[in-house]
Design a protein around this ligand. Structure first.
Ligand code: GDP
Length: 440
C-alpha cells in the first residue's frame, strides 16, 4: 500500500535530518519534494499546494518553541496534516433504527458487492448483529448470483427477487423480510454502471428516498486515483451520501484518492477494502493511515486483526498440547491458516514499522506457505502427530508427494523442532528469562 509515496516522502523528509535548525530555505526545499511526492501519488494539485503551505507555516512558526530536531518536527507536522486531511478522527457507522438500513452505491466494478459481503461479515462477527443482504441489481442477473455466493460464503441470508424489475419494490420487500425475520441490519446492494450516468443516479436516489437509510455509502476503487475523486463528487452532488468506502487499497494504489477524497466531498472515509477475501476489511483511521503512508507501520491495526482471528478455546487447547509436548503438524497447519486469514502477507508486513520499506522489492504473496502446507498434507496422520518417526524413506515419500525436495522437508522438520522447543520454553515460565536474554 502506497509504497511509492512512502518512499518519496521518506526521502523528502530526510533532507532535514542533517540540519541543526529549521530555516526558510531548508523547509522550502523539503516541502517542494513533499509536494512532488503528493502529486506523483495523484493527489489533487490544489490540495497538495494547500497541504505544503500549511505545513510550511506551522514549521516556521514552531521553530523557536520546540526542542524537536528539524527532521522529527517535519515528520510530525506532515503526519498531523495528513491525518487532518484524511478526516481527523475515525467515524463509525450509524446503526440506529430497527433494522438499520445501509444503502450501497458506486460504479460497477468498484467492489460494491464484495464490500456488502465484507460489511455483513464484519457486523455479524460483532455478535449482536444479524444482517440481511438485499440484491437490488435488476439489470445483471449475474450480480444477484454473485451476492448469493458471497452470502453463502459468510453464512448471511440474501434476499432477492429475480423476476422483479423494480429496485425500489425489492428494497422495500427486503426490509419487510428483515423485520419479519429478526434481522437488525439490512445491507442493500444496488446496480452500478461503468460510468456516471443520470439514469443510475435517479434510480439510486429513488431507492434512497423510498427507504430512508441510516447510511448511504459510496464505494470507490482507490486504484482509479483522481477519477475516484471525481466520481465521488458526482455521486455526492446527487446523493449527499454519508460515507466513503475505499476498496482495492491492497494493490499498487498510489494513494491520491485516500488523501484527497475527504476534502473534496467533505464526507469521511469509513472503511477500506484490502483484498478480495471477506476478511479484508478495515475501519478507516486517518491517523493510522498517515502512519502507514509515512512508513511508520500500523501496529495497532495488526494487533486488532490478530485478535479478530484469535479463538480463545483453540488457544487454550493449544497451550495444553504444548505443555504436554503434543504440538503436532496439524496444529501448525491450523496456525498457518489463521495467519492467512489475517490478510495478504505483503499487506501485513506493511503494518510493521520499517518492514514495508525493507520488503518493497521482495515478492511475498499468499502462496508463501504453499510449500509448507503441501509438505504437511503429504504426511500421514501419524507422522503429523509424532514427527520423530519421520525417517529417511518417509522423507523421500513426503518430498515426492508434495512436489518438494528432501532438503525442503528436512528444513521444515528442523524449523518445526526449533519452534516446538521454543514454545515449550515459553510455556515453562522461562519465557521472561528468554526474552530478557534475547534483548541482551
Ligand atoms: P461491484 O460491481 O461494484 O459489485 O464490484 P465487485 O464486488 O463485483 O468487485 C469487482 C472486482 O473487484 C471483483 O473481482 C472483486 O473480487 C474485486 N475486489 C473488490 N474489493 C477488492 C479489494 O479490496 N481488493 C482487491 N484486490 N480486489 C477487490
Amino acid at each position: 500500500m502506497f509504497n511509492n509515496l512512502s518512499e518519496k516522502l521518506d526521502k523528502a523528509l530526510h533532507v532535514l535530518k542533517g540540519h541543526g535548525s529549521i530555516t526558510e530555505v531548508n523547509v522550502a526545499e523539503t516541502l517542494k519534494e513533499v509536494r512532488r511526492a503528493l502529486l506523483d501519488a495523484d493527489v489533487n494539485f490544489k490540495i497538495a499546494k494547500e497541504f505544503t503551505n500549511t505545513v510550511k507555516e506551522k514549521a516556521l512558526g514552531q521553530n523557536v518553541l520546540t526542542s524537536l530536531q528539524p527532521g522529527q518536527l517535519m515528520v510530525k507536522l506532515v503526519k498531523d496534516e495528513l491525518t487532518e486531511l484524511m478526516g481527523g478522527d475515525a467515524e463509525g457507522l450509524n446503526l440506529s433504527g430497527t433494522p438499520s438500513i445501509i444503502l450501497m452505491s458506486g460504479l460497477q466494478g468498484s467492489g460494491k458487492t464484495t464490500f456488502s459481503g465484507k460489511l455483513a461479515n464484519f457486523l455479524k462477527n460483532k455478535k449482536t448483529k444479524k444482517p440481511l443482504l438485499v440484491a437490488c441489481d435488476v439489470y445483471r442477473p449475474a450480480a444477484v448470483d454473485q451476492l448469493h455466493v458471497v452470502g453463502d460464503q459468510i453464512n448471511v441470508e440474501v434476499y432477492s427477487d429475480k423476476g422483479n424489475t423494480d429496485p425500489v419494490a425489492i428494497a422495500k420487500a427486503g426490509i419487510a423480510h428483515a423485520k419479519a425475520n429478526g434481522h437488525n441490519v439490512v445491507i442493500i446492494d444496488t446496480a452500478g454502471r461503468l460510468a456516471v450516468d443520470e439514469a443510475m443516479m435517479t434510480e439510486i436516489a429513488n431507492i434512497r428516498d423510498a427507504i430512508q437509510p441510516q447510511e448511504t455509502l459510496f464505494v470507490v476503487d482507490a486504484m482509479t486515483g483522481q477519477d475516484a475523486v471525481n466520481t465521488a463528487k458526482a455521486f455526492n452532488d446527487v446523493l449527499n451520501f454519508d460515507g466513503v468506502i475505499l476498496t482495492k487499497l491492497d494493490g499498487d494504489t498510489r494513494g491520491g484518492a485516500a488523501i484527497s477524497i475527504k476534502s473534496v466531498v467533505n464526507k469521511p472515509i469509513k472503511f477500506i477494502g484490502t483484498g478480495e477475501k471477506m476478511e479484508a476489511i478495515d475501519v478507516f483511521y486517518p491517523s493510522r493511515m498517515a502512519d502507514r503512508i509515512l512508513g511508520m507501520g500500523d501496529v495497532v491495526s495488526l494487533v486488532e486483526r490478530a485478535q479478530e482471528q484469535f479463538d480463545e478455546d483453540e488457544a487454550r487447547k493449544l497451550q495444553k498440547k504444548i505443555a504436554k509436548n503434543q504440538f503436532g503438524f496439524d496444529d501448525f497447519l491450523k496456525q498457518i491458516q489463521q495467519i492467512k486469514k489475517m490478510g495478504n502477507m505483503k499487506d501485513l508486513m506493511g503494518m510493521i514499522p520499517g518492514a514495508g520499506k525493507m520488503m518493497k522489492d521482495i515478492d511475498i504473496d499468499d502462496d508463501a506457505f504453499k510449500g509448507i502446507e503441501a509438505i504437511i498434507h503429504s504426511m500421514t496422520l501419524q507422522e503429523r502427530t509424532n514427527p520423530s518417526i519421520i525417517n529417511a524413506s518417509r522423507k523421500k515419500r513426503i518430498g515426492k508427494g508434495s512436489g518438494t525436495s528432501v532438503q525442503e522437508v528436512n528444513q521444515l522438520l528442523k524449523q518445526f523442532d526449533q519452534m516446538s522447543k521454543m514454545m515449550k520454553m515459553m510455556q515453562g515460565g522461562k519465557g521472561k528469562a528468554m526474552m530478557q536474554a534475547m534483548q541482551g
